[in-house]
Design a protein around this ligand. Structure first.
Ligand code: ARG
Length: 457
């Protein structure tokens, strides 16, 4: 295709350079935003008396017909075009003639591309936030069903103290709500319009930047034309928010992977969300969660790509910046895939409450409560701690648990022990005694769930 900028060149661009330079393969997905931006720009140009009203009408009609034909498949994007901006403009001029050539007045591809990415990311953030909200709803619904499903809470992956599945799931709800808030912030900071910055230094035409900003739903125009065309902070911010979201999904995935192992057997994934082995007939693998864990590395890589691409760039636009799109779109696409598979996988998994409880009954997760029992009878905590440690060692030696250790052993260790110790260290007592705000008792978790629901609006 002949270049629009061919005026000062005496040769066609080398074929390999042309392919190397082209971004159409990955910016074609912004065609809708490109057309929306051009309609606003043409409207403003006519309102400011820069192009005739008839040209504006022809441009808008032409752009709308291009949009329709792209959506219906009647018009195919030319893979040899330089980028989506050039493709749409060339197609417009093909359709409406000279009026099409007036569209690019007082505009550069530099402010155009900066606009298109912002519009695209704004749409993508809205989609991702809706997916997060759906996942949060699934988790809250599961939590409500499991406020009395006791399982061990772990530190160092060693059984530590009793919690419930509800409490555990709600921990992820809070992470996801923070992820959502970060994306909301990113969208608000990004919502300024670069259009009218031109190539870098504005324009001599009497344009109205406030009008285009308003037409396109932005808070205001970007205040500095150099910043408008060279800023990709919003890509970095979004990639960072998405990386952290993936880190949360990855930690959760790791737990799901552990929980479906034969060693834990806390949950079983629905057959629709697990896969088999080509050689081992007994296998049922949690591939979805492993892929999420794996893709987390890739999204973090996208963030690194963006930061590294920007770090040495002088103002204003540099072609390096074309690399922004593949990185941020890769992060977006993978996050959306992960959220879309993770949510139904959790919604359909079977929870093995007996195995969770059996694990909680072993591992001395009531040892702290046993020590607290002695403290309530007047012993200093350090002494109580030492006595209980001795009892745990005794249990291990005898192959017993604190619940099954005979009273004679308790009394031998400390005179303060009485029959009521068994009640004091039962899992239910240990759990429901943890009434502190944010704790795992059914009552505290119910309050937590109410808080989360309020945060979700
Ligand atoms: N395809 C380019 C990009 O994605 C559009 C802007 C090109 N501007 C230029 N002066 N070459 O960054």
């Amino acid at each position: 295709m002949a270049k629009m900028w061919a005026g000062r060149f005496s040769k066609e661009v080398d074929e390999t350079v042309n392919a190397f330079n082209s971004s159409i393969a990955f910016d074609a997905r912004m065609y809708r935003q490109d057309i929306t931006g051009s309609i606003a720009h043409a409207t403003m140009l006519a309102d400011c008396g820069i192009i005739p009203a008839e040209d504006k009408a022809a441009i808008i009609e032409g752009l709308q017909s291009i949009l329709e034909d792209l959506e219906s498949g009647a018009l195919l994007i030319d893979p040899t075009a330089e980028d989506i901006h050039m493709f749409v403009e060339a197609e417009l001029t093909k359709r409406i003639g000279d009026a099409g050539k007036r569209l690019h007045t007082a505009r550069s591809r530099n402010d155009q591309v900066a606009l298109d990415i912002r519009l695209t990311l704004r749409d993508e953030i809205a989609e991702i936030r809706a997916l997060i909200a759906k996942l949060v709803q699934t988790l809250v619904r599961l939590a409500e069903q499991h406020t009395m499903t006791i399982l061990p809470g772990y530190t160092h992956l060693q059984r530590a103290q009793p919690v419930t599945l509800a409490h555990h799931l709600m921990a992820y709800v809070w992470m996801l709500l923070r992820d959502d808030a970060r994306l909301e912030d990113t969208a608000a900071r990004m919502n300024y319009c670069p259009l009218g910055a031109g190539a870098l230094a504005g324009t001599t035409y009497p344009i109205n930047r406030k009008q285009t900003a308003e037409l396109l739903g932005f808070t205001a125009p970007v205040a500095n034309s150099l910043d408008a065309v060279s800023d990709r902070d919003f890509c970095v911010e979004m990639a960072s928010a998405l990386s952290l979201l993936m880190v949360h999904l990855s930690r959760f995935s790791e737990e799901i992977i552990l929980w479906c192992s034969w060693e834990f057997k806390f949950i079983e994934l629905d057959d629709a969300y697990a896969t088999g082995s080509s050689i081992m007939p007994q296998k049922k693998n949690p591939d979805v969660t492993e892929l999420i864990r794996g893709k987390t590395g890739r999204v973090i890589g996208d963030l690194t790509t963006l930061l590294t691409m920007l770090k040495g760039l002088p103002l204003a636009y540099n072609k390096d910046m074309q690399e922004d799109k593949e990185a941020i779109f890769d992060a977006i696409d993978n996050v959306k895939l992960c959220l879309k598979t993770f949510d139904p996988m959790l919604a359909t998994m079977r929870v093995n409450t007996e195995n969770m409880r059996a694990a909680a009954a072993k591992g001395f997760i009531n040892a702290t409560d046993c020590a607290d029992y002695l403290v309530k009878k007047g012993l200093p905590f350090r002494d109580a701690y030492k006595i209980t440690g001795g009892l745990v060692a005794k249990c291990i030696e005898l192959g017993l648990t604190l619940e099954t250790l005979p009273m004679t052993e308790y009394r031998a260790a400390c005179e303060l022990f009485a029959e009521d110790v068994y009640e004091a260290i039962s899992l239910e007592t240990c759990l429901n005694g943890r009434i502190s705000e944010g704790g795992p008792s059914a009552k505290a978790v119910a309050e937590q769930i109410a808080l989360a629901k309020a945060a979700m609006k």
